[in-house]
Design a binder for this molecule. Structure first.
Ligand code: GAL
Length: 691
């Protein structure tokens, strides 16, 4: 067992594989920051109780589990939350329809309410049996229990149960004859996650504009259509920072040419210029499979796998020369022309939507097989495109459909073609356990209510995004495509649009607060979106809450879905204020909260100093936010606004400010700016006390 950093242990079993997340994709860890977290010198689990063996199927590990601990994590799990008593076969997959472990981001990392985390460093389709299966006991213990009934009906027998006492976490890694695991100490779950994220390189810090609202336009739109829509959105004062252009911009889309469509986007530079004049950042859709007509096809062929996808190459971006060819082309042809970022589609694979993508037995020139490549493809892809922006010292923020372990520092947010609203909420709640970000995007909706409820969730997520790729008009003009509207504009659309604007503006008000929460992700590894159990691990009432979450340190969000006009909300210990009315609530209780369509339940923790900005329509490098600080109660914790240029990596060289907000009854309110960034992004212009 090695100590890798304070509070992180590595244990090697058997002969580990060569192609693992730590060996292939890990960024430099933040050792100096790791040592600032509290830790003890004792490993968080009894390592002499870890068993291992090689079997004909691969490699098996057994880690001890106590009967009182609860397990969370495993990446983007949309269908379940508390994983105790469940099994998860982690496998990269688009559109997972059941709770098997298939996911866009199968992260072999879990955390426990006992206050530790475990990373299994493998890119295999690994299985975790989280206390779901009991090891054979001694004859005596079995006989002692022989008269106890497990259950006597199928419903109970098939239900997920909490594990038995003396549970065990069984981990099976196919094809491997060894593995390394990393243990991350707490003392609590939240610190274990911070440690994991700092080990991954620290969280990402998006550019300020990336935290504004995103609109992805119709896939059939040409340059003129996109410009006309952008103009309409500006004319209607709907705040928007990013316009996504979907497959239609390319001459070949499945697979991709990465060149502009000659007729539909005949003058790309003019198009980019006009969009930028409207202060819109352009994000281009693409995927990694390279069409024969693409300018990089010939060069990449030698570095590609032995199977095609949609007639295109699958480049092995783990090879430096392949990465360079792919990145250089994108730099010259697109980034230097003004493209702000990319949506990295289709880098998962499919067992549920037609079975596309290369087989697990595919072979790649680096030595990776198809299974390993499925796990890591999204990681290599993010790394390749990010490298262009890093080199130019400008930040990007994008979207990706597949990720894996150690992804925290990639500024790419996961999304899916699935659309269940409850699952989208759960995805957000779960993402914070695994160093990933989740975009619960809004597409076409079944009713105005559905639309508004979905927008409410989206604006309170890592990326506020309307993905209208399937619909020519924004969803507030026209929503129900399957039923009767068939292209007709809603009669009361201005009302609907006003309601949507309210929430898009709310997003803009929260940018300074959110940006500072992301700075903590960057520097302290603390995820900006977290499950309540991560915040209140001592409170058993939070163990099953998969539909409420913390956004930053002070806001607790309880989203509502269509069909509800309110919901039960559990408020953990302490006092809380309802954001919309400032009404005070006592914690450690469950309430029935009414939420009319123009409200989503947001509770502010007592003692919060909340910076709220006057909403702007978009963020430019010169934008300065006018901020009113709302102080909830008299006994306030300080809040630190992180301030830098919002667009470059200069903050990594220490060029940033901290604006420390404080309030107490003697000294009153103070905002003290320290640091060496010379601009002012956050102007404090008002202060208000909520009693
Ligand atoms: C899907 C993607 C959608 C949209 C579409 C365009 O794979 O998930 O968001 O981009 O492709 O064809």
């Amino acid at each position: 067992m090695n100590i890798v950093a304070p509070g992180i242990w590595k244990i090697k079993f058997g002969e580990p594989e060569d192609y693992t997340p730590v060996k292939m994709v890990k960024h430099e860890d933040r050792l100096e920051l790791l040592s600032q977290l509290p830790h003890s010198d004792e490993a968080p689990i009894e390592t002499d109780r870890i068993l291992y063996k090689s079997t004909k199927r691969g490699f098996v590990l057994e880690l001890p589990l106590d009967d009182c601990e609860k397990i969370y994590g495993f990446g983007l799990q949309l269908k379940s939350f508390n994983q105790t008593g469940r099994k998860k076969h982690l496998r990269t997959n688009a559109d997972p329809v059941a709770d098997t472990g298939d996911t866009h981001a199968p992260v072999p990392f879990y955390v426990s309410t006992k206050g530790y985390g475990v990373l299994v460093d493998t890119a295999r389709y690994v299985s975790f049996y989280c206390g779901s299966s009991r090891k054979l006991r001694t004859a005596k213990t079995s006989k002692d229990d022989a008269n106890k009934t497990v259950a006597n009906n199928v419903r109970d027998l098939y239900a997920v149960r909490d594990m038995d006492t003396a549970g065990v976490m069984t981990i099976e890694i196919p094809h491997a004859s060894g593995v390394e695991i990393y243990l991350f100490a707490g003392p609590d779950m939240r610190t274990a996650v911070q440690r994991y994220n700092l080990f991954s390189g620290g969280g990402c810090l998006p550019p300020l504009w990336g935290l504004g609202n995103w609109y992805r336009s119709y896939t059939g739109a040409d340059a003129e259509d996109v410009l006309a829509l952008a103009e309409k959105i500006r004319a209607a004062d709907l705040p928007c920072d990013v316009f996504g252009v979907e497959p239609g911009w390319q001459s070949q889309k499945y697979s991709c040419s990465y060149t502009w469509h000659k007729e539909n986007f005949s003058a790309p530079e003019e198009f980019i210029g006009k969009m930028r004049d409207m202060h819109l950042n352009i994000n281009l859709w693409e995927h990694v499979f390279v069409h024969p007509t693409s300018p990089i096809y010939d060069e990449l062929k030698q570095y590609s796998g032995d199977y095609e996808v949609w007639n295109g190459l699958v480049p092995d971006l783990s090879i430096q020369d392949a990465k360079k060819t792919f990145a250089e082309y994108h730099r010259k042809a697109l980034v230097e022309k003004g493209i702000a970022g990319f949506k990295l589609d289709e880098c998962d694979s499919s067992d549920y939507t037609g079975g596309w993508s290369f087989p697990n037995c595919a072979e790649f020139p680096s030595g990776l097989d198809g299974e390993l490549m499925h796990s890591l493809l999204g990681m290599f892809y993010q790394d390749t495109l990010l490298s262009i922006y890093r080199e130019k010292n400008i930040r990007t923020y994008g979207q990706v459909r597949s990720s894996h372990a150690l992804a925290a520092s990639f500024p790419y947010v996961l999304y899916s073609d699935l659309y269940d609203h409850k699952d989208f909420i759960r995805g957000l709640v779960n993402s914070g356990f695994s160093g990933i970000l989740w975009n619960p995007e809004v597409r076409q909706c079944s009713s105005v209510e559905d639309l508004v409820r979905r927008i409410q969730l989206s604006v309170l997520s890592p990326q506020s995004c309307i993905n209208a790729w399937m619909i020519p008009n924004p969803p507030w003009l026209q929503y129900d495509y399957d039923k009767n509207l068939r292209g007709e504009i809603l009669e009361n659309y201005t009302e609907v649009q006003d309601l949507c604007r309210k929430f898009l503006e709310l997003r803009m008000s929260l940018i300074p607060y959110l940006y500072s929460s992301f700075a903590r992700y960057r520097f302290e590894g603390l995820p900006p979106f977290r499950a309540l159990v991560m915040e209140y691990p001592e409170d058993e009432n939070t163990y099953g809450i998969d539909d409420q979450y913390m956004m930053g340190d002070s806001l607790m969000i309880a989203p509502v879905i269509a069909g509800q006009m309110g919901r039960e909300v559990y408020l953990p210990e302490g006092d809380w204020y309802y954001f919309w009315s400032d009404k005070k609530f006592e914690g450690s209780k469950t309430y029935n909260i009414n939420a009319a369509l123009d409200e989503i339940p947001i509770f502010v923790k007592a003692g919060t100093l909340l910076p709220l900005a006057k909403p702007v329509q978009y963020v430019t490098p010169d934008t300065s936010f006018e901020i009113t600080v709302k102080c909830y109660g008299y006994n306030c914790r300080n809040f630190t606004l992180f301030e830098d240029d919002g667009t470059t990596f200069d903050y990594e060289k220490g060029i940033y400010n901290e604006v420390k907000l404080s309030f107490n009854t003697e000294g009153g309110f103070e905002a003290v700016r320290t640091g060496n960034y010379l601009g002012i992004k956050f102007k404090i212009s008002g202060f208000e006390v909520v009693e």
